[in-house]
Design a binder for this molecule. Structure first.
Ligand code: HEM
Length: 398
């Protein structure tokens, strides 16, 4: 059995065989971890849903990273992130930011996202890197747009979020402190945007967050700073890797690519299958608030619980032929955006739309795109990621 906490394991690929073994033989499995007392690895779909939907039993407040604790005082700061909050505090925060992410607000962005995708594809010909030329710039540009940040800051946000999330990958940073420094810079960036919008309100997300709602509730500048960190990471690494891993899935299953090129009406189900297949966020941690059970397994108050979306998304009791990439799969109750509890991905509508428009544009304009060499994977036990994927774009059609 491999060590699930070890980030180097994932450089070779997600250990689906080991996760499948656990799901079948020990679905709530006590796993050692050299940095902590250990954790329960939860791998069945039904158990991941149960943990996600019961924040009163399984708290986010003690942190979400699998290994280790944030040192004090970082912990206090981390708790300003709504991902690290429990209801009722979380519910208040979430309702303040929800207004920027409704299907109506996201629908308003679609035409612009279409133009961004066309512009990215215009620049692709011959051979290149799919990650830096296509998958990374799209969500970054969308986040700049959402925040009302200048698009020239795309590279800065790319660098800061890589350093913040890439703590396990020496290519991005060398120390925990460097990641914290990147977080502080992002927070200052968000605070500055908030201060600017107080002076100069605009039709953007930050202005909406600092404008009191009907009850007079409003986000503080620190809240806006933390939310900027969350968006820069949550909305960026995830969508980028869904796009790259989705493209790779099509390279590995060329008959599915031909199917999509011939039937664009499959785009909606294709996007769901890409998110299930890729599961860019592999796991999140919770902490048991009381002695309880998960799938019949007793767990004790204070135990760490790690829910494996990657394992749940291949659970054969829910998905027929779970190890087959099928862009027509329907229904597809995957947990790629979370298990349906209060933290269910805020950006799910946006991510779905970005991926739909992106793959629609590639299928239409680069139908002959093909792999052209090495795929370098991220070293992380948290994000299923690709750092570089060489491709032959072929000439873009107009
Ligand atoms: C939360 C996945 C795109 C913003 C989450 C969670 C997952 C996830 C697994 C945690 C759910 C839970 O704990 O129950 C993904 C994937 C994406 C994606 C796979 C792309 C394919 C986005 C985008 C944004 C975003 C585009 C925003 C621009 C957030 C936020 C949270 C979150 C703010 C925290 C919500 C809360 O704590 O209430 N996402 N996400 N995500 N996501 Fe996403």
């Amino acid at each position: 059995m491999i060590e699930l906490y070890d980030p180097s394991v994932y450089e070779r690929g997600v250990p689906y065989r080991d996760l499948a073994w656990l799901r079948e033989h020990s679905p709530v499995h006590w796993h050692r971890d050299p940095q902590t007392p250990g954790f329960w690895a939860v791998t069945r779909h039904a158990d991941v849903v149960h943990v996600s939907r019961h924040p009163e039993l399984f708290s986010s407040y003690e942190g979400l990273a699998m290994s280790g604790e944030y040192p004090e005082p970082d912990k206090e700061l981390q708790r300003l992130l709504m991902l690290n909050q429990d209801p009722p505090e979380h519910s208040k925060r979430r309702s303040l930011v929800n207004k920027g992410f409704t299907p109506r607000m996201i629908g308003k962005l679609e035409q612009h996202i279409r133009e961004v995708c066309d512009d990215l594809i215009d620049r692709c010909s011959g051979e290149g890197d799919f990650v830096t030329q296509v998958a990374a710039p799209l969500p970054l540009q969308v986040i700049c747009e959402l925040l009302g940040a200048p698009v020239e800051d795309r590279d800065l946000l790319f660098d800061l979020s890589n350093r913040l999330i890439g703590w396990d990958d020496p290519e991005f940073q060398t120390t925990y402190e460097d990641g914290q420094a990147a977080g502080t810079e992002l927070m200052a960036y968000g605070n500055a945007l908030a201060a600017d919008r107080v002076e100069d309100p605009r039709d953007d997300l930050i202005t909406r967050m600092i404008t009191p709602d009907a009850d007079g509730a409003v986000l503080s500048p620190d809240d806006v700073g933390m939310f900027t960190i969350l968006l820069a990471v949550a909305g960026n690494e995830t969508t980028r890797n869904a796009a790259s891993l989705g493209m790779k899935a099509f390279f590995d299953h060329p008959e599915q690519w031909r199917r999509l090129v011939a039937n664009p009406s499959l785009l909606d189900t294709a996007v769901e299958e890409i998110v299930r297949w890729a599961t860019p966020v592999m796991q999140f941690r919770r902490t048991a608030m009381t002695d309880t059970t998960i799938g019949g397994q007793p767990v004790s108050r204070g135990d760490k619980i790690v829910v494996y979306y990657s394992a749940a998304n291949r659970d054969p009791s829910v998905f027929a032929r779970p190890d087959v990439f099928d862009i027509g799969r329907d229904p597809n109750p995957h947990l790629g955006f979370g298990g349906g509890g209060p933290h269910f991905c805020l950006g799910a509508h946006l991510a779905r739309m970005e991926l739909r428009v992106l793959f629609e544009t590639i299928a239409r304009r680069l139908p002959d795109i093909a792999p052209a060499g090495e795929v370098r994977r991220l070293r992380s036990n948290f994000i299923n990621g690709i750092k570089e994927m060489r491709v032959s774009f072929g000439p873009p059609s107009s």
